[in-house]
Design a protein around this ligand. Structure first.
Ligand code: IPE
Ligand code: IPE
Ligand code: MG
Ligand code: MG
Ligand code: MG
Length: 302
């Protein structure tokens, strides 16, 4: 088993225990069990667990044993899971498939889906504040994650994404949307791993430089997959971005032009990791795997 596989299993096991189980949920007051079931539905459906794994592999790249950061890492996945539930709502992207299953609102209804998102986000804060490192440092990291998730980061990017629907694509706006709606939480996950793992200033800067470029590459790859990869590969409906008139890389540069740009961002991202040696291998493997389906579809087309 590779280190990445070990960490991935550990994240999965942590996620399973982070919310009340079915029995404990039944003991909650009226409404609680339905809400928790909806929260669990979106947290436990199989995802890549990219953000917690970025956090953990970044921490290990700077020499920490990431095991004690598992719950903090899982809390970042809770923030992500909330963002997906809301992203799929009829008032947002109106998607009915996610991770190969019906989206949360399709199963639980819009109201419960909104509340499940709210519940995951707020519970994430509770978990994030469990003491793991020096409290002053941890407070700074929690604040950074919250800011990345908020109006200056992900939520702001999501607002821009909605407002840009149907508008003529513009490269600098597109980059700004991607950097906020997706890049911000990726960046914060990597930096949280670095800081909680005790990175030096130089290590932290190098990882931040990686995360900046990788975050963009990841969303370009997501855009490409939306255009070319079927539901059986992504677990999401194909072609939704085009249908909604989303401002995406393929809309501006085509699929091949987007792949080129994705590759360029990745190359820049990985070159920032040169100083780390092989301690950074699991992080690199994770990042590579995460964009591979956008290129695998290219091989099949040939
Ligand atoms: C999807 O994120 C939403 C984006 C920010 C592109 P992921 O591709 O990480 O989704 P899961 O968690 O693996 O389902
Ligand atoms: C979503 O971007 C970014 C989020 C913050 C959730 P997308 O709308 O492209 O993500 P998918 O394709 O639905 O997963
Ligand atoms: Mg969206
Ligand atoms: Mg979407
Ligand atoms: Mg997408």
């Amino acid at each position: 088993m590779t280190r990445l596989e070990e960490l991935s299993d550990a994240v999965e096991a942590t996620l399973e225990t982070i919310l009340p189980g079915a029995e404990a949920a039944e003991a909650l007051e009226f409404g609680g069990d339905r809400l928790v079931s909806s929260m669990r539905y979106s947290l436990e459906t199989p995802g890549k667990r990219l953000r917690p794994l970025l956090l953990l592999t970044a921490a290990e790249a700077v020499g920490a044993d990431a095991t004690r950061l598992l719950r903090f890492a899982a809390s970042v996945e809770m923030v992500h899971a909330y963002s997906l539930i809301h992203d799929d709502l009829p008032a947002m992207d109106d998607d009915d498939m996610r991770r190969g299953l019906a989206t949360n609102h399709v199963v639980y209804g819009d109201g419960m889906a909104i509340l499940a998102g709210d519940g995951l986000l707020t519970e994430a804060v509770v978990v994030m504040l469990e003491p793991v490192v020096d409290p002053a440092l941890q407070m700074e990291v929690v604040r950074e994650v919250a800011r990345a998730a908020g109006f200056e980061g992900m939520v702001g990017g999501q607002a821009a994404d909605l407002l840009a629907e149907g508008e003529l694509p513009d490269e600098s706006l597109l980059r700004s949307i991607h950097s906020r709606k997706t890049g911000a939480l990726i960046r914060a996950s990597v930096d949280a791993g670095a800081r909680l793992g005790g990175a030096s200033a130089g290590e932290r800067d190098a990882l931040a430089a990686f995360a900046d470029r990788y975050g963009i590459a990841f969303q370009i790859a997501d855009d490409v997959k939306d255009e070319v990869a079927p539901l059986s590969v992504t677990g999401k409906n194909q072609g939704g971005d085009r249908e909604a008139g989303k401002m995406t890389y393929p809309a501006l540069f085509g699929v091949d032009g987007s792949r080129e740009r994705c590759r360029a961002e990745l190359d820049a991202a990985f070159s920032a990791l040169a100083p780390f040696g092989d301690r950074v291998d699991p992080l690199v493997e994770l990042a590579r795997d995460s964009v591979a389906p956008a290129f695998a579809a290219a091989a099949e087309e040939c």
